[in-house]
Design a protein around this ligand. Structure first.
Ligand code: ZN
Ligand code: ZN
Length: 372
């Protein structure tokens, strides 16, 4: 699936097969690729950039793949292993301490590339090369749901940052209480993460209280609060103070509107990216007063590195013991030919494009066989 940013077109295209893997390269056959808001923005030409020298970008950053062939210098990668590629690749700036330390998720220059998003082709293709250093090994038992590992890695990074913030106290909270803003895929994965850690969890979103997503949240033994019935101003009196707010809605009024629900010593982590628009009136004085007098932390997080991917795999294994049906109910699968349609209209809570499952031999063209 390629997007041409020059001509503003998107299509399923035939591309030359990649060369055989050299050095520590690995030839991958993607099995499934998840679709998120970022893909939909790229498909709408609002975001994304092709690799240098090209006008086309292959979409897809949330992949699960099988290894077909390894280069002569690959150390751990083996044919038929299941892997998930990380998304971000480091910048080249020698002064970027994060990238030089192998932590491009904290890149300070913004000159990184991201597969399927900026300056590097993605994985919505039948075969693709990747260096083994950017792959994370996945147990076969997770194959069915492994397409959730990339979005869950973002949640895992946020959860671990929240835990690190709470660890600064040197004492344990008697019982952590958390509020998730938004019931999209990231919000629901956050609710699962919190529930798997046995944290009392509330989810606030716009869907009505009898919606399937609300039912899914109740199945996790979390409490759903619908914005259709409860305005955000009433959240603090309804649910009481929370130690964590996990923002996954990308609307500034909702994020900052939930701040009064934050307890003393509480932390809010934000993962949503608001659309650029005009200024909104804000109670800056009250927010600053609360942050200081209540030792509160406001934190933003983006992307994820190897530790967060590995944490996501462990967390997903636990989810599949605790609430496998809830996890599976997130996913709706469509074939590659239907990718253009799915990119416009969501079919499930989390859409995935099925590409190479069950294929025994090396795939053909690199970006699909669906014609045009
Ligand atoms: Zn994504
Ligand atoms: Zn960097």
């Amino acid at each position: 699936m390629v997007v041409n940013v020059e001509h503003r077109t998107a299509r399923i295209a035939q591309r030359p097969e990649p060369h055989r893997p050299r050095g520590s390269e690995v030839l991958l056959r993607p099995i499934e690729v998840g679709i998120c808001g970022t893909d939909r923005e790229i498909f709408g030409f609002a975001h994304g950039a092709p690799p240098p020298g090209s006008s086309e970008l292959v979409l897809g950053h949330e992949a699960v793949a099988e290894i077909v062939e390894t280069g002569p210098d690959a150390t751990w990668a083996r044919a038929n292993h299941l892997v998930v590629p990380m998304v971000r690749r480091p910048c080249a700036d020698p002064r970027c301490a994060a990238c030089r330390a192998g932590r491009p998720e904290y890149c300070a220059t913004g000159e990184f590339s991201e597969r399927g998003i900026v300056h590097a082709d993605g994985f919505m293709t039948e075969c693709v090369l990747e260096d083994e250093r950017y792959l994370v090994s996945v147990p076969r038992v997770l194959e069915d749901v492994a397409v959730l590992i990339e979005p869950l890695s973002v949640v895992a990074k946020a959860a671990e940052e929240l835990a690190a913030i709470h660890a600064r106290f040197g004492f344990d909270l008697p019982r952590r209480r958390a509020l998730v803003l938004g019931a999209g895929p990231v919000g629901l994965l956050a609710a699962m993460t919190l529930r798997a850690d046995d944290i009392d969890t509330y989810v606030f979103s716009r869907e009505p209280e009898d919606s399937p997503r609300a039912g899914l949240i109740r199945a996790l033994e979390a409490t759903y609060v619908s914005a259709a019935r409860t305005p955000i101003e009433r959240l603090p009196e309804l649910i009481g103070p929370v130690d964590d707010v996990f923002e996954a809605v990308g609307v500034a009024e909702v994020a900052f509107g939930a701040l009064p629900a934050l307890a003393a010593n509480g932390a809010m982590v934000m993962t949503g990216i608001p659309e650029p628009r005009g200024a909104v009136p804000a109670e800056l004085g009250r927010w600053m007063r609360d942050l200081v007098l209540k030792n509160q932390v406001l934190l933003g997080t983006v992307n994820a590195g190897r530790a967060a991917f590995e944490s996501a795999i462990h967390r997903l294994e636990r989810f599949m013991i605790l609430f496998p049906d809830a996890v599976r109910s997130l996913l709706a699968r469509s074939p590659l030919e239907q990718a253009p349609d799915v990119l416009v209209r969501a079919r499930g809570i989390k859409d995935a494009i099925a590409i190479g499952r069950g294929q025994a031999a090396r795939g053909g063209a690199s970006t699909g066989t669906g014609g045009s």
